[in-house]
Structure formats: structure tokens, C-alpha cells
Design a protein around this ligand. Sequence first.
Ligand code: ATP
Ligand code: MG
Length: 158
Amino acid sequence: RAVDLAELCEASVDLLDIRAKQAGVHLAFLNSGSPPVVVFGDPEELARVIDNMVDNAVKYTPEDGSVTVSMAMTVDEVTVDVADTGIGISVADQGHVFSAFHRSTNPNALSVPGTGLGLPIAQRIAESHGGTLTLESELGRGSTFRFTLPLRSSRDEG
Ligand code: ATP
Ligand code: MG
């Protein structure tokens, strides 16, 4: 099915806006008002990936920090970046965050409830759509999660 990724980003930011405000975290979607960015896949699964990334970013960012969602396109793929100025993830933990039930050893992260299933599920969904979910992070400085999906021309739809 054709899914508008821009709309999913917008919806995700809207969904988590109240929680971000309560936490004193500035949340914004840089491409707000973007024309549709059409990918093919399961709308609920794709929404789940973005919701998870934004949920984590808000959860693991202290007061006065910011979470920025942005979208970029090349000829053949689209990326959704969720960048935060939060607690960050140590290099040791970075190898494990996509494993089921893993939660970082960072005490700042452990004070926030979670089951450690969000990212493994999100990564599995990304890969089942021919895409990837990756991360760059520096402990104490913040994290950027990148969701990449292939763009297909209408010729390939079949
Ligand atoms: P849930 O199943 O409710 O999503 P969770 O958020 O703990 O629980 P994941 O989303 O899989 O689980 O994330 C795994 C771990 O990675 C988290 O427990 C946290 O330690 C770390 N993590 C994920 N996103 C971030 C982030 N944006 N900043 C810092 N740490 C993060
Ligand atoms: Mg999570």
C-alpha cells in the first residue's frame, strides 16, 4: 500500500507533543507541511517505527533539551532522522540497543520505564520493508536514529 511518510512524521510529532511539553522538551518536525512522500508498505508498522523513535527521543531527553524530526530524500531513498540532545548511548550499549529486552546500563536511562522491545521491533519492521534503522550517539550529548526506506517509482509497483 502507498503510505505518506511525511504524514506519519507529522502524526507522530502531534501524538507525542503533549508528553514533550510536560517534560519540557522542545519537539519539532522540520519538514512540516511537506508534500506527500510516498513509500510502499504497512501504514501501521511504519507508524510504529517513527512513533518508537520519537517516543524514545522524548523519554531519554532531559528538561530543556530538544528532539528534531527531519526527512530527506535522494533519488532512490528517503530518510527520517530523529535527533535528540538527550542522555546519549555509550559505545558499549550501541551494539545492543537493537537486541530484544536490552536496556542500557546508563542509570539515567534505567530511571525511565520501558521493556527494551521498541527498537528491536522497529528495526525488524524497517528491514522487512527493505530499509534500515541505524543510530549515531555520543554519551551525554545525544542520539540520532535514522530510518531509511527505498523509494520506488510507479513503474516498479507491479
Ligand atoms: P520500550 O519497549 O517501551 O520501547 P525501551 O524504550 O526501554 O522500552 P527500546 O526502545 O528498545 O526500549 O530502547 C532500548 C534502550 O536503548 C533503552 O532502554 C535506552 O536505554 C536506549 N535508548 C533508546 N533510545 C534512546 C535515546 N534516544 N537516547 C538514549 N537512550 C536511548
Ligand atoms: Mg522505546
